[in-house]
Write a protein that binds this ligand. Structure first.
Ligand SMILES: Cc1ncc(COP(=O)(O)O)c(C=O)c1O
Length: 385
């Protein structure tokens, strides 16, 4: 593992670790001193100047620029939205489902919001096809059977929120591209743990919120749109901040921005945008490649420990993290038991979710395993019979 002392000094910048072993970045990233300071900077500006909107709009553009840099895009290709659902809905509202291509093909590992938004488009002519998982994965070959010349869009979660399975993004986007379909990567469960290059991934749309592994508060998310597509998509979910010039205050004209800002709607989430450059700077100072390596080491350590304890694992064995999910007889009781030892994790259905970031250590993994070893009655065992 790369220089443990450096990771230990980063951990000291997250006060939650004074009292807890925090392993729940899949729900909410921990608060750093840097992000706290950025939020206080907003509060100070509000106290001191009342309504410094010019400065606040600068801050909003600075959040756009720093996120764009992080994903290898240009600021004009990025919309700032209050949540991922709003960004996805803006795109849905701009697509036409009355032609031959009206099918949306997605895996059953998507976060519910993805299913729900596209299912809502059925009344506009969309046809939705779900791809089934097998043995905890949805291989590219399963998508190959569903994506055809009638497919308009393939939404794809990078990492599944329920079991931590990682999608084969290059293979699935290539399949979609070869068959003329658009791709939308939902990176919410991975964004912040490794480098991202939306151009190298050849994506049409990329969406992510900032509250998990990007270590920001809720209320800010991002939508990247391939530049060649931006002007051809006119959202009907819109508002004044989506216009070419919001400050024209022109009630009688709908004049969408020529950049990805056209997918925005109303007043931006100003307190939250303050956090974005601060969080990305902190993550970038450690280095995204190194964070990815660190997270993979921790994920594999938990898998190895769970195997030794013969606990059934829901996450594919070759995982690089950040999310590892273990099968429980009673996942809620397991979360509570770990909480009684000051360990913060979460559960979905029968899965106990343990997620890793730059601030976690092998000792954290050991602490989880120790509690599970004492409470094997809560777990589903994999006794190989
Ligand atoms: C993969 C994934 N996509 C989307 C979301 C939710 O998006 P939002 O609440 O920002 O609309 C989540 C939240 O947990 C998620 O895990």
């Amino acid at each position: 593992m790369p220089t443990c002392t450096e990771f230990a000094s980063v951990r000291a910048r997250f006060p939650v670790f004074k009292n807890k072993i925090y392993l729940n970045s899949c729900s909410q990233g921990a608060l750093s001193d840097a992000v706290e300071a950025s939020l206080l900077q907003h509060i100070r500006s509000w106290h001191e100047d009342g309504s410094p909107w010019e400065r606040w709009v600068e801050q909003y553009e600075s959040a756009r620029a720093s996120f764009a840099r992080f994903i290898g895009a240009q600021p004009d290709e990025v919309a700032i939205v209050p949540c991922a659902s709003t960004g996805i809905s803006a795109i849905a509202s701009a697509l036409n489902f009355s032609g031959q291509r009206r099918k949306v093909v997605m895996g059953e590992f998507e976060f519910p919001t993805m299913g729900q938004i596209w299912l809502a488009q059925q009344s506009r002519g969309a046809e939705i096809q779900f791809v089934a998982a097998k043995d905890g994965r949805i291989p590219a070959s399963a998508y190959a059977e569903a994506i055809d010349e009638r497919t308009l869009l393939v939404p794809l979660t990078h990492v599944c929120f329920m079991n931590g399975a990682r999608s084969d993004v290059p293979a699935i986007t290539k399949l979609a591209r070869d068959r003329g379909a658009l791709t939308m990567l939902d990176d919410y469960q991975d964004c912040g743990t490794r480098p991202v290059d939306v151009k190298a991934l050849d994506l049409d749309f990329y969406v992510s919120g900032a509250l998990k592994y990007m270590l920001c508060p809720s209320g800010v998310a991002f939508l990247y749109v391939r530049p060649e597509l931006i002007r051809s998509l006119t959202p009907t979910i819109t508002g004044w901040f989506g216009q070419r010039n919001p400050f024209a205050f022109d009630v009688k004209h709908f004049d969408p921005a020529v950049t990805a800002r056209r997918f925005e709607s109303g007043s931006p989430p100003i307190p939250h945008v303050y956090a974005v450059p601060a969080a990305l700077e902190l993550l970038g100072s450690v280095g995204f490649d190194r964070i990815a390596e660190h997270v993979a080491t921790l994920a594999q350590a938990l898998l190895a420990g769970a195997r030794e304890l013969k606990i059934k694992i829901k996450t594919p064995a070759d995982t690089r993290g950040p999310l590892v999910v273990l099968q429980m007889k009673n996942s809620e009781a397991a979360v509570k038991k770990l909480a009684s030892h000051n360990i913060v994790v979460s559960n979905r259905m029968d899965g106990l979710r343990v997620s890793f970031h730059l601030y976690n250590t092998l000792d954290d993994v050991g602490a989880v395993l120790e509690v599970l070893q004492e409470n094997l009655n809560l777990t589903v065992r994999d006794l190989g019979d």
